[in-house]
Design a protein around this ligand. Structure first.
Ligand SMILES: Cc1cc2nc3c(=O)[nH]c(=O)nc-3n(C[C@H](O)[C@H](O)[C@H](O)COP(=O)(O)OP(=O)(O)OC[C@H]3O[C@@H](n4cnc5c(N)ncnc54)[C@H](O)[C@@H]3O)c2cc1C
Ligand code: FES
Length: 511
């Protein structure tokens, strides 16, 4: 399988066999065109194909080639946005529905895996939100109070955490959570979709979206798919400039996989309430089975995309934190990073995209919980396209005001505004010769900034550092070997080609 753009290697990419696909070679018509073959795109495509719709999926890279191969795949109802916050924003009734939608999503993943016989290590496990300090303990008690306020009585306070080395303080016990192997699930989902008459075109990057009674998605090659409905499931919506991207912020999040002696860490999901936050699970047997040891996956140390000069330090901090919590941990076998979209009010944006016609849909704003959000998206958008009512539609409506999370909305957009400072700061290098092989650096050239990449053969490639989404300046990411935009998280490979939207166009090459 292809890696994102360089340096790191997610555990889920080992020994995966994906259905064979081709790129789009001619203009096509269908009922529904889905852009993006991650968990969100393939779930909605599969559910619509099951309803008898002719669905075509267009994907820039490979199946699961975006963030879905980088997830930790905790399937959880212990929402990162915290019920304490959700209840303030969405009220008791809304929060109860949110909780029900995530519960339904975990059940739905289980049903799909069973029905399609997808061997993806789907396992029901319990989850524990733990405190590391007395202050954290207060947060747990408040969270429990909010949970009980909207009527969920299954969550209880436990005096001891089952993973004793993690903490001596209490934790909240969330029963009936789950974990899976995301790429095995996606490979099975893609196969089931294709068996139902669905078509997937990979290496097909969409550069233009046209709304109208018939919607058109045009690929870089010039070939287009026309459809009655279009679903944009590109993680950050590739059709959007500022409608949604001002209401969510991109964060890089880091993961390591280390060996631990078998059967020493109880099989469960664990999360803390610190900032930056940490999440933990066992990889499971289908990911890696190594005799006396198994792989423990620990994630966290998030930061705003393009706003960390030394991302390698995040891995070091994560490893240090892990070794204090799991002194029995052995060598680090895997490390990788990925991107999540944090909506201002903690809830994904799923539903009709605001435009002149009501046949364009979007699923974004994963909030680090996209296995469930993507499944909610699949159910919800399928209902909208099939003309059925859905009780979650209003909650997840992409047109809802950013003011529901007014504080975060102001913070996100102030942060974006301050990135304009990059236009007046000096470059990191004064001459392209200062950029070493395998690295990138930003150089000032008069009033312009230039992104310089030196390949392994010593050839230096130069691009305008101006992000093609809305004009902020990109930064070099020395962990993933990519150019990252600090405003809305677009990312480009070392040669300036789009890796992650919302940008659709590559960086402008310079002579
Ligand atoms: C390290 C990490 C840990 C996480 N942990 C969890 C977790 O424990 N639980 C959880 O629920 N979620 C978690 N998440 C979040 C979630 O799993 C992922 O964000 C999710 O899988 C994203 O799915 P997606 O389908 O929205 O996006 P993606 O998988 O990124 O799929 C979008 C696809 O669209 C394609 N695309 C983009 N632009 C275009 C274009 N113009 N034309 C054609 N194709 C395009 C991309 O190539 C990509 O394949 C985590 C994420 C990360 C990175
Ligand atoms: S991602 Fe919006 S300006 Fe770069």
């Amino acid at each position: 399988m292809k890696q994102e753009s360089g340096a790191t290697h997610p555990i889920w990419e080992d020994n995966i066999s994906l259905p064979t696909t081709d790129h789009l070679r001619e203009n096509r018509k269908c009922d529904v065109c889905v852009v993006g073959a991650g968990i969100a795109g393939l779930t909605v495509a599969y559910l619509l194909a099951k309803e008898g719709k002719h669905v075509i999926v267009l994907e820039s890279k490979s199946i699961g080639g975006g963030e879905s191969s980088r997830t930790a795949a905790h399937l959880s109802t212990a929402l990162d946005a915290r019920y304490t916050n959700l209840i303030n924003t969405f009220g008791e009734d809304g929060t109860r529905l949110i909780c029900q939608s995530h519960t339904r999503a975990i059940d739905k993943v289980s049903e799909i895996a069973k029905e399609e016989k997808i061997d993806c290590d789907f396992t029901r496990v319990d989850g524990y939100l733990f405190a590391s300090t007395r202050q954290d303990e207060e947060k747990l008690l408040k969270e429990l109070e909010a949970i009980q306020q909207f009527g969920w009585m299954d969550v209880v306070l436990r005096k001891e955490c089952p993973a004793g080395s993690l903490t001596a303080l209490p934790c909240l016990h969330f029963p009936n959570q789950a974990r899976l192997h995301p790429m095995k699930y996606l490979a099975g989902l893609a196969k089931a979709f294709i068996d139902k008459g669905g078509e997937v075109y990979t290496d097909t990057h969409v550069v233009d979206f046209k709304s109208g009674p018939v919607v058109t998605a045009t690929a870089k090659s010039g070939h287009a798919v026309s459809a009655n409905h279009l679903v944009v499931a590109t993680n950050a919506p590739a059709n959007d400039k500022a409608t949604i991207m001002t209401k969510q912020a991109p964060y890089r999040t880091y993961m390591i996989g280390l060996t631990v002696p078998k059967d020493v860490v109880p099989d469960a999901l664990y999360w803390d309430v610190q900032d930056p936050y940490h999440y933990i699970r066992l990889a499971g047997n289908s990911a890696k089975d190594d005799g006396d040891t198994e792989i423990l996956l620990v994630g966290g140390e998030d930061h705003r995309t393009g706003q960390e000069n030394n991302p390698m330090k995040r891995f070091q901090d994560l490893e240090r934190w892990t070794r204090t919590k799991f002194p029995m941990a052995g060598e680090v076998r895997y490390l990788w990073s990925g991107q999540v979209q944090e909506p201002v009010d903690g809830l994904a944006y799923i539903g009709r995209y605001p435009c002149d016609f009501d046949n364009m849909y979007v699923a974004t704003g994963d909030s680090g919980q996209d296995v469930t959000h993507a499944t909610i998206g699949g159910i919800l958008i399928t209902d909208l396209i099939m003309g059925r009512k859905n009780p979650w539609a209003k909650l997840y409506d992409p047109t809802r005001s950013g003011m529901k999370g007014a504080g975060e909305f102001m913070k996100y957009n102030l942060n974006v505004a301050t990135q304009a400072k990059d236009y007046v700061t000096p470059g990191e290098v004064e001459d392209p010769a200062q950029v070493m092989p395998g690295t990138g650096g930003i150089m000032r050239d008069g009033t312009n900034k230039v992104a310089v990449y030196c390949d392994q053969d010593g050839v230096r490639h130069k691009f305008s550092a101006v992000c093609t989404h809305m004009g902020c300046l990109v930064h070099w990411n020395n962990v993933e070997h990519s150019w990252d935009c600090p405003c809305h998280g677009s990312r480009y490979d070392p040669l300036g080609r789009v890796v992650t939207g919302p940008a659709r166009k590559d960086l402008d090459p310079l002579k």
